[in-house]
Design a binder for this molecule. Structure first.
Ligand SMILES: [Zn+2]
Ligand SMILES: [Zn+2]
Length: 151
């Protein structure tokens, strides 16, 4: 797997500012969290498990071995599921079902990018398990785009 090539040096100031704090929450607002530290990778996973658990084309997860997760509210509402016989695990709000950060994998914090309310500090590293892409996904880049609902 390829890791994100970090650009060093450079004159672009935005590349030098490493964001070290991210805030996130679930859809119903019960759960709020803070992540302190940098993410090392950001994978868009198209595997069968991620398609099922997101109900969408792919998962978008940030990974860090050093960042610290703090539940700011609603820690009691966070529940987890690990698919038996696999390492596929997800955490979610028991009220609204929103994906939340997961610490089931030893030493690795997984944060669903869409759960964050602050901008993500890195760009996606790679698409993974692209061999499992949904058959409708390729077409999604060619269909019309609307800012909101279509007329
Ligand atoms: Zn919720
Ligand atoms: Zn996956």
């Amino acid at each position: 797997m390829h890791r994100l090539q970090r650009q060093s040096g450079g004159t672009d100031p935005s590349k030098e500012a490493v964001v070290t704090e991210h805030l996130g929450s679930c859809l119903c607002g019960t759960v709020r969290f803070k992540v302190e530290g940098a993410f090392e990778s950001f994978y868009l996973c198209h595997c069968q498990h991620c398609k099922k658990d997101t109900g969408s084309a792919h998962a978008a997860n940030l990974f860090s071995q050093s960042a610290k997760l703090t539940w700011q509210s609603g820690a009691d509402a966070v529940t987890s599921f690990t698919l038996p016989g696999t390492r596929h695990s997800r955490s979610f709000c028991k009220f609204c079902g929103s994906a939340l950060p997961n610490t089931q994998a030893a030493g690795v914090l997984t944060v669903p990018a869409g759960s964050l309310d602050t901008d993500v500090s890195i760009l996606p590293t790679a698409h993974i398990f692209s061999s499992s892409k949904a058959n409708w996904e390729e077409a999604s880049e060619e269909v019309p785009t609307f800012d909101g609902l279509p007329d």
